[in-house]
Ligand binder design. Sequence first.
Ligand SMILES: CC(C)(COP(=O)(O)OP(=O)(O)OC[C@H]1O[C@@H](n2cnc3c(N)ncnc32)[C@H](O)[C@@H]1OP(=O)(O)O)[C@@H](O)C(=O)NCCC(=O)NCCS
Length: 319
Amino acid sequence: MLLVTGKIKQYKKGGSLFPLELMDLFEAKRVFWVTDAPKGQIRGDHAHIKCRQICICIQGAIKIDAKNTITKETVTLREGDYVVINKNIVATQKYLTGKDILLVLASEPYNEMDYIQSVEKSNQEITVVGSGNFAKETCRTFNITPTEFIGINPGGLLGIPVNKTISNPCSRILMAIQNSEYRKKMFLMLKSPYWAYDNLIHHSALIDKTSQIGHGAVIMQNSCIGNNVLMGNFAVIDKSSTIGHDSVLKDFVTMAPMAVISGHCKIGNQVYIGSNAFIKEDISICDNVIIGAGSVVVKNINIPGKYAGVPAKKIRKSK
Ligand SMILES: CC(C)(COP(=O)(O)OP(=O)(O)OC[C@H]1O[C@@H](n2cnc3c(N)ncnc32)[C@H](O)[C@@H]1OP(=O)(O)O)[C@@H](O)C(=O)NCCC(=O)NCCS
């Protein structure tokens, strides 16, 4: 997902008030607004190396087109809607009514050097967090050549250096670690905010438009996400996995290939679901649970640990 959107609640009493808390988004250092753009006018068409922006539609209707080297997205903002545009995304705004007002809050002061004019020139520096097989597979699947991998054992992968920390803080950061626990460890160690991580979503994945995906996700080929799914940050949804409608996944959830979460499930933080495992509908799984490959979960799991078998039961600790 390139664009994070939201709607500001309207309070009507002696006029209309639209309050927006910026805390979770970023600290704004600059503000500007656009008025009087003729109907059909297109503006923007550039990315920023460092600056992030919140675009708020104060009046009218404004279509935002966003793209990076991997994917494209479009949203139309109406009164009270906003969209967060991260760095390294080329965005254009089309003013649809001739009476539109766009307010933009920017995370950085104005700097001419921060502008990138084309999608080819943006995203040149890519950092992939992870240096194992999953990082390798992710690069091959999405045709990515990063400038560096990040791992605990410095060395090389695919002929590219593996470093311990991110050397260019303005690069696109992608998370590519399959193990939920290690993924979280690396995230905490690197200290980059969660929103600095881009999502990688394969074009063959089917994602219902009512579902929401957090930051730093990798969604592989032929995965299928039903309607009203709420997915936290740093999910790994591996090949041909399925998530049923109305399920909620917290942060750092991994689904190994062909895992199935049925509808109305609640999956906790750092839950790892092995290949071909099946979670029955309406099931809750607490934080820090590993479900073995091929297991079938038919009862809620309230105690962290490893569970396996049909039906899945808690297994002894490995030595
Ligand atoms: C569940 C799992 C994490 C357990 O790993 P572990 O802690 O090393 O456990 P062990 O291999 O020591 O096995 C412990 C017991 O659980 C059983 N067990 C392990 N995995 C099982 C599974 N998937 N289904 C049924 N039983 C399983 C073992 O047979 C063993 O039983 P025993 O005590 O009667 O001999 C692991 O086996 C697993 O399934 N991981 C997921 C693998 C996967 O999906 N990978 C995807 C890669 S893309």
